[in-house]
Design a protein around this ligand. Structure first.
Ligand code: HEM
Length: 378
């Protein structure tokens, strides 16, 4: 029953050991909400997030302590449940800084970080705008799904009249490890996922690949990070008809151990020069080769995605995949070039479809009594 502090230099939910469950929500700020309204919303969200991550219910009176004549302040479904490692992480999308008409609604257009770019179109994208983008995001991760859902439900309720849910996503199983203390989980292709991830214990990687610095050009983002989310549908039925050898060739690793096809065990570095019978042991178009730092100017990502299954489609195929989330210091040097390379050549493309996309600037953590994003208004 872990408990993570809401306040601190960095927001929790980034290098925090990836929890088992996700409820992710993107909000649009209401047309009637002005700068003062946005500040009050971020303040109320931070206060409620601090309480919920401590395992408490929302508001002074909580779920049951208020007057009988009024709706309770907290919705109640997490009563009696522990904090369950809940983290609540808040980020800002490009449309918060300037809306679709180019208007600077909150007087923050000049604060938009240059790293918060609009993501380009990638080959193969079939994005649904209704489940993409958003002014503000909240990532709630916990080891208990009820605790994560309770968090998003109550934060949506607190936002009433100021922000409305644009889209949301549930994830049921982590597809990454963000700490060397964790076992590597598996994605819905059945492969270990998160082996070569940035891990919290590796301070140098975290510093170079995850945390933004004032010297990067945006002072209020120092200690923050940038989040890219991609909902990636997996064509499970086709994948399940591929042979074991073909599946391994596509990934570049073995299915059982997760070892690189060039040999060794799970954490052995892949050797892309190794050949077997004259052919590269790891296919140059395998996912692992194309995503590897050695071909991406050393760029790394802190991946923190989740499996999802949302029933089935009209053809009886599972509507399933990976809700990919990656934190990084600068998407222009990390997600974008890596995804360009994958979109162009990854053998995996036959089995995946990117259906939603979003990018957010995730500010540093708030000091006790402060609110997340306060640096934006100073
Ligand atoms: C590695 C699966 C999408 C970036 C891996 C590995 C697997 C995997 C099995 C090897 C184990 C590991 O090191 O974690 C998938 C699946 C995806 C997907 C099933 C989609 C459904 C993406 C996307 C990106 C990405 C969209 C970034 C644009 C990476 C990186 C590595 C990796 C950077 C580590 C490469 C290395 O350093 O060895 N992925 N991945 N993946 N993936 Fe993905």
């Amino acid at each position: 029953n872990a408990r993570y502090p809401f306040y601190g230099a960095h927001q929790s939910g980034i290098v925090t050991p990836a929890q088992d469950r996700l409820h992710f929500a993107a909000f649009d700020i209401a047309a009637s909400c002005d700068r003062a309204g946005l500040i009050s919303l971020l303040t109320d969200w931070s206060d409620a997030a601090a309480r919920m991550t401590a395992g408490e219910d929302v508001g002074q009176d909580g779920a049951t302590g208020g007057p009988l004549q009024a709706p309770p302040e907290d919705t109640g479904e997490a009563l009696g449940l522990p904090a369950s490692a809940l983290t609540i992480t808040i980020g800002f999308g490009p449309s918060l800084f300037t809306d679709a008409d180019g208007a600077d609604r909150f007087g923050i257009a000049d604060r938009r970080p240059s790293a918060l770019v609009d993501l380009p179109h990638f080959s193969g994208d079939i994005l649904d705008p209704a489940i993409s983008g958003g002014d503000v995001c909240i990532q709630a991760c916990a080891d208990d799904p009820q605790v994560a859902v309770h968090a998003i439900r109550n934060l949506s309720r607190i936002a009433f009249g100021r922000a409305a849910l644009r889209w949301s996503q549930l994830g049921f199983g982590r597809t990454s490890s963000t700490s060397t203390s964790q076992q590597t989980p598996r994605n819905l292709f059945g492969f270990k996922d998160g082996t070569a991830n940035v891990k919290a214990e590796n301070g140098d990687d975290v510093q170079t690949a995850v945390w933004a610095d004032a010297a990067d050009g945006t002072e209020w983002m120092a200690g923050g990070s940038y989040l890219v989310t991609r909902k990636i549908r997996m064509i499970i039925e086709t994948w399940d008809r591929a042979s074991l050898g073909e599946q391994q060739r596509i990934i570049g690793r073995t299915k059982g151990e997760g070892a690189p096809l060039s040999g060794g065990t799970e954490f052995t570095e892949p050797d892309f020069d190794r050949t077997v019978d004259g052919a590269p042991a790891i296919d140059p178009h395998s996912h692992v080769h194309l995503a590897h730092p050695s071909v991406n100017e050393k760029a790394m990502l802190l991946r923190r995605g989740y499996n999802y299954v949302e029933g089935n489609d009209e053809l009886g195929r599972l509507n399933a995949g990976l809700f990919f989330m990656a934190y990084q210091r600068d998407p222009r040097r990390q997600f974008i070039p890596i995804q360009r390379r994958l979109a162009a050549n990854d053998l995996m493309n036959e089995y995946v479809r990117h259906v939603s996309s979003a990018i957010f600037a995730v500010p540093p953590g708030a000091a006790e009594g402060g609110f997340v994003g306060s640096g934006l208004f100073g």
